[in-house]
Design a protein around this ligand. Structure first.
Ligand code: ZN
Length: 297
């Protein structure tokens, strides 16, 4: 092929590719409030999105204090995604100070929250059925902004939803094998109420739904008592909170800790709970393992 013919062919190919190129815009800049949402967004968005999380791995969103860098990140975003249900009390002020005027998507939209007193429990992601809703909300939001990527978004969401459903079915079988009376667990803060509702497990904790308040001495004493008298054996620290309080409760109750649960954040990249699916499977396996051992004793 002569140079000019090859040149012509290349030009034609480039012309043919032009509409595709025009549509292949830069990745959508999406800012998620915390690491778990960021992972769901990446699973649906693929390479059409560039996702960052304000509250990163192993960090606590309840007590997060945004920095000027965070405001800058928001200002440059195409989409902001948050959990809602009162989880990100700092978001309104951050949005105002950043000057961001784009869409803000509440991922928990459509979920009927469990309530403790008058407060909605924000930890809705601790139920795989709710995660399905999060994914569908994310899918809608991405399609709205990037309709020409609809096929890719839908394909990835469908695959991911199937993985959520499979894991849920597997876990239902695991927990069904554990006697109901045995299914009691102690963690640092009240983050697993939805998990408990889904699999019939009672979660007890010295702290309330947020980590921003101190545990009361009476709450601690009550838990120690429940370990000693009622035989609660499964006691866990969390990745986002100081382990010392729960360690003390376990020590005073005379039980060994059952390991670490991932409540409100993923673990660091390359470690055991660095995706939502890994986080959920790890928590379930750790809890079930501990409850089964408790039964044998
Ligand atoms: Zn929490």
């Amino acid at each position: 092929m002569s140079f000019s013919r090859r040149h012509l062919l290349l030009s034609l190919l480039m012309l043919a590719a032009l509409p595709a190129l025009a549509q292949k815009a830069r990745p959508l800049r999406v800012v998620a409030s915390f690491s778990i949402l960021a992972d769901l967004l990446r699973n649906v968005g693929g390479d059409a999105v560039d996702v960052s999380a304000l509250v990163g791995p192993d960090a606590d969103a309840h007590v997060f204090e945004p920095s000027p860098t965070d405001a800058k990140r928001l200002a440059d975003a195409d989409l902001v995604v948050m959990n809602g249900l009162g989880f990100e009390g700092w978001m309104d002020r951050l949005v105002r100070s950043s000057g961001y005027r784009g869409p803000i998507m509440i991922a928990s939209t459509g979920i009927t929250p469990r309530r403790i007193g008058n407060e909605p429990d924000p930890h809705a992601w601790q139920d795989l059925a709710h995660a399905r809703l999060y994914v569908l909300n994310i899918l809608d939001a991405l399609i709205n902004i990037r309709p020409f990527d609809t096929a890719g978004f839908k394909q990835r969401a469908t695959q991911y939803l199937a993985r959520l459903t499979d894991l849920d079915a597997e876990l239902r079988k695991v927990f069904a094998g554990i006697p109901k009376a045995q299914r009691r667990v102690i963690t640092s803060h009240d983050a697993f109420g939805y998990f408990g509702d889904a699999y019939g497990i009672e979660f007890l904790s010295p702290q309330g739904m947020s980590t921003d308040s101190e545990a009361s001495a009476s709450a601690v004493a009550r838990l120690v008592d429940q370990i000693r008298r009622e035989g609660v054996r499964a006691v866990f620290v969390e990745n986002i909170t100081d382990p010392r309080l729960v360690e003390r409760i376990a020590r005073e109750g005379g039980v060994t800790l059952g390991g670490k649960l991932y409540s409100d954040a993923l673990s660091k990249p390359g470690t055991e709970a660095d995706t939502y699916l890994k986080l959920f499977a790890h928590n379930a396996k750790t809890i079930a393992g501990s409850l089964m051992t408790a039964r044998i004793r």
